[in-house]
Design a protein around this ligand. Sequence first.
Ligand SMILES: *Cc1c(COP(=O)(O)O)cnc(C)c1O
Length: 234
Amino acid sequence: MQQDLRRNIALVRQKIARAARLAGRDPAQVTIVAVTKTVTPDVAALALQEGLAHLGENRVQELLHKQEKLSGLPAVWHLIGHLQTNKVKYLPGKVALVHSLDSWHLAREISRRFQAAGEVCRALVQVNVSGEKSKHGFAPGEVADFLAAARELPALELCGFMTMAPLVDEAEEARPVFRQLKTLAACWQADHPALDLSILSMGMSNDYEVAVQEGSTMVRIGSAIFGWNGFGQC
Ligand SMILES: *Cc1c(COP(=O)(O)O)cnc(C)c1O
């Protein structure tokens, strides 16, 4: 199993490096978040052993569970899935970055809970670039107002943007979505020079090479590392 994992991670790293070089970028600008939602804490621990420091979960309870099991290991935890406001109270002290900030209501609750805990929550604004009804996130046209309003929230630190591309057969088809977010992010950054909005979380197992070519700084990868079906099937 560890051999498969090692091989998968090496392959992902190679592909990121190739995609970055194609775009004239430094591969070191791309952080891999290993998405552990389908594997046990033991397997997540193997990923840490293989040098992947960043782990992503899409559910709060699962994140807390794995974190407890892996306590003592140097993992950086990311919450990448839709966050319900009633779960925010569990997060202070537990998460390095929330990728899925997708409503004003949620932003206010995050700031309220983290402020009460004497902490600041780092978060990415999730943008529904493709406009699919099934996807969470702000419409691109809503983001400017949100960024302006969020300045009132003392315990929320916005660090950039996240998007999920539509599920398509060919990764190429996702390219316009990534390109659009990169362009929009540059505009939003220009409007808010006091913020550092440099993180772009985009790209998953089936489309991360294209995402890196288009400027992704954080890829969220599950199945290409841990296998699509059991283990090592890729
Ligand atoms: C599951 C998940 C991923 C990883 O998906 P893979 O296709 O397995 O790489 C990335 N982002 C989010 C939000 C997810 O829920």
